[in-house]
Design a protein around this ligand. Structure first.
Ligand code: OAD
Length: 234
């Protein structure tokens, strides 16, 4: 434990937009030209697993070419003055590559697949490694380590516990329409300041301070504001 104020950050696709990774709902429910429900739902995976493998193979390869942006990097820099915990809906690894110390992935990770017959068994893949429904790793057939629509979100409980410990809660680049992730802010203690960085929020919950800017600019503004509001103790 430290006596630093604790910032819990909930990030969505918008924080990675300026790294060149497309969001979901800014393009009419298409994700990289695929209907979201074909490539991100349990039904879609049951119907056409080869397509789903291929889709995440492509996303993984694209991720290898992307770089964290200033918003990811500023979250890391804030660790000098704050305890920062990131809860991300993103399946990219840009928070990891920016160096953030505490990252919880709510919706899985592109750089991993897991055994079809054992959810606890994950395997790390290189950006250019590809899988198919026939791929066998250590004797197991595998699937993308992604939480599909229609599936439970096993990391939600730990995320809720974390949200409840926030002194400051920050939301960046999520449309707040996908549950249960969108409900996280309901578990923040009453009176906790909540900031929401998004250039086009689709809804603004009561009591939330909106910074209507892209993540990089919005994070610069928020970092300045927080460093002023919580000056370093001598
Ligand atoms: P969405 O695509 O629903 O929302 C992206 C949000 O980012 C929108 O509110 C945009 O206004 C905002 N945005 C766009 N450009 C931005 C920028 N430069 N800076 C900051 N914000 C920007 O994405 P999510 O809310 O993350 O789940 O979607 C939630 C989940 O739906 C995803 O995790 C995914 C998807 O189905 C799974 O894959 C399991």
């Amino acid at each position: 434990m430290t006596d630093k104020p604790r910032i819990v950050v909930s990030t969505g696709a918008g924080i990675s937009a300026e790294s060149g990774i497309k969001t979901f709902r800014d393009a009419d429910g298409l994700w990289e030209n695929y209907p979201v429900m074909d490539v991100a739902s349990a039904d879609g995976f049951a119907r056409n697993p080869a397509l789903v493998h291929q889709f995440y193979n492509e996303r993984r390869a694209a991720l290898g070419k992307a770089m964290p942006n200033k918003a990811h990097l500023l979250l890391k820099e804030l660790e000098d003055r704050f305890d920062v915990f990131v809860i991300t809906q993103n399946v990219d690894d840009l928070h990891e590559r920016a160096g953030s110390s505490n990252i919880l992935h709510l919706h899985g990770e592109l750089t991993k697949v897991r055994a079809l017959d054992d959810d606890s068994l994950t395997f790390k893949l290189g950006y250019n490694e590809a899988t198919t429904p026939e791929t066998v790793i250590d004797g197991h057939r595998v699937r993308p380590h992604i939480v599909f629509f229609q599936e439970a979100v096993p990391m939600f409980e730990p995320a809720v516990e974390l949200a409840a410990t926030a002194d400051i809660f920050v939301i960046i680049g999520t449309s707040l329409v996908v549950y249960p992730a969108a409900a996280l802010l309901n578990y923040v203690k009453a009176g906790t300041p909540i900031y929401y960085i998004d250039p086009a929020p689709s809804r603004v919950p009561a009591g939330v301070t909106v910074i209507r800017k892209p993540a990089t600019e919005g994070m610069e503004e928020l970092a300045r504001l927080l460093l002023e509001k919580y000056p370093e103790k001598d």
